[in-house]
Ligand binder design. Structure first.
Ligand code: HXC
Length: 257
C-alpha cells in the first residue's frame, strides 16, 4: 500500500508505521491521521500481526497537529468536523502499539505517543505540550493522559508553560518505558514488538485491555475485571501450552486459540 504521508512495512508479525512528512517535522495533518488509521485498520484485521510500532524520523516523531491546517478553523468547523475523533481511534486499537520516539514529540505528537501502549524514547527525544503558546491547549488527550502519567505538578507546568522534557526527565517521570541510543531506537522497538507478537494474541489483547482498565475505573472494579479475565484465560489452549511448555522446559508455541 502506498501512502502520501506515512511509510508502512511488515517485519514478521510486526507492523511498522513511519510518519513521513519530513518537510513539516511530521506535523499531523488530516491526511496523515487518516492514513495512519487506515494502516492500523489493516494491521488490526491481519491475523498475522501481533504488534505495531509507530515511529517518526530522527529529528521528529511529530511536531504536533498541523498548525497551518488548523489556523483558519472556526469554532463551528472544529465542532462539526470534530477532527480529533479520528485521532482517538489510535487509542481505541486492540492490538498493542509501541511508540518509538526520537526528536520532537510536541503537542499532538506527544498526545499521539501517549495514545500508544508505551513509549520507547531515543536519548534525543523531547516531549512537550506547547499549545498554550499558540493560544490553545492540548486537545487530543494531553491534559488528561499526561496528568495521569506524570502527575499534576509536571503536567500542569508543561501545559501552562509549554516547556519541553528531555528523554531523561521523561523516563524519570514515567512517560517513557526506556531510553535507547538514537541509532538503535527502531531496531530495539521492533525487537520489543516481536517479543510481544510472539505471545498469544488473545492473551496479549486481554492484558492490554486489563492494564487500560486501571485508567478508567476504581481499584476494586479494576481488580474484579482483572480477576474475571484471568479466570477466562484458563479456557484458552494457549494457557495450556504456555504452562505445559514451562514444565517441559521448552519455549511455548502459541496458536492464538
Ligand atoms: C505545521 C510545522 C509544525 C506544525 C513544524 N512545522 N512544526 N508545520 N505544524 N506543528 C514546519 C515549520 O513550519 C517548517 O516549515 C518546518 O516544519 C521545519 O520547522 P522549523 O520550525 O523550521 O524547525 P526548527 O527551527 O528545528 O524548530 C523545531 C520546532 C518548531 C521547535 C519543533 O518547528 C516548532 O515549535 N513547531 C511547532 C510545535 C508546536 O507548537 N506543536 C503543537 C501544535 S498544536 P516551513 O515550510 O515553514 O519552513 C497541536 C494541538 C493538538 O498539536 C490538538 C489536537 C488535534
Amino acid at each position: 500500500m502506498t501512502y502520501e504521508t506515512i511509510l508502512t512495512e511488515t517485519r514478521g508479525k510486526v507492523g511498522l508505521v513511519t510518519l513521513n512528512r519530513p518537510q513539516a517535522l511530521n506535523a499531523l495533518n488530516s491526511t496523515l491521521v487518516a492514513e495512519l488509521n487506515e494502516a492500523l485498520d489493516g494491521y488490526e484485521r491481519d491475523p498475522g500481526i501481533g504488534c505495531v510500532v509507530i515511529t517518526g524520523s530522527e529529528k521528529a516523531f511529530a511536531a504536533g497537529a498541523d498548525i497551518k491546517e488548523m489556523s483558519g478553523l472556526s469554532y463551528p468547523q472544529t465542532y462539526l468536523d470534530d477532527f480529533i475523533t479520528a485521532w482517538d481511534k489510535v487509542a481505541a486499537r486492540r492490538k498493542p502499539i509501541v511508540a518509538a520516539v526520537s526528536g520532537f514529540a510536541l503537542g499532538g505528537g506527544c498526545e499521539l505517543a501517549m495514545m500508544c501502549d508505551f513509549i520507547l524514547a531515543s536519548d534525543t527525544a523531547k516531549f512537550g505540550q506547547p499549545e498554550i503558546k499558540l493560544g490553545v491547549m492540548p486537545g487530543a488527550g494531553g491534559t488528561q493522559r499526561l496528568t495521569r502519567i506524570v502527575g499534576k505538578a509536571k503536567a500542569m507546568e508543561m501545559c501552562l508553560t509549554g516547556r519541553m522534557m528531555d528523554a531523561a526527565e521523561a523516563e524519570r517521570s514515567g512517560l517513557v518505558s526506556r531510553i535507547v541510543p538514537a541509532d538503535q531506537l527502531v531496531d530495539e522497538a521492533l525487537k520489543v514488538a516481536a517479543t510481544i507478537a510472539d505471545m498469544s494474541l488473545p492473551i496479549a489483547l486481554m492484558t492490554k485491555e486489563s492494564v487500560n482498565r486501571a485508567y478508567e475505573t476504581t481499584l476494586a472494579e479494576g481488580i474484579r475485571f482483572e480477576r474475571r479475565v484471568f479466570h477466562a484465560m484458563f479456557a484458552t489452549a494457549d494457557q495450556k501450552e504456555g504452562m505445559q511448555a514451562f514444565v517441559e522446559k521448552r519455549p511455548a508455541k502459541f496458536a492464538n486459540e
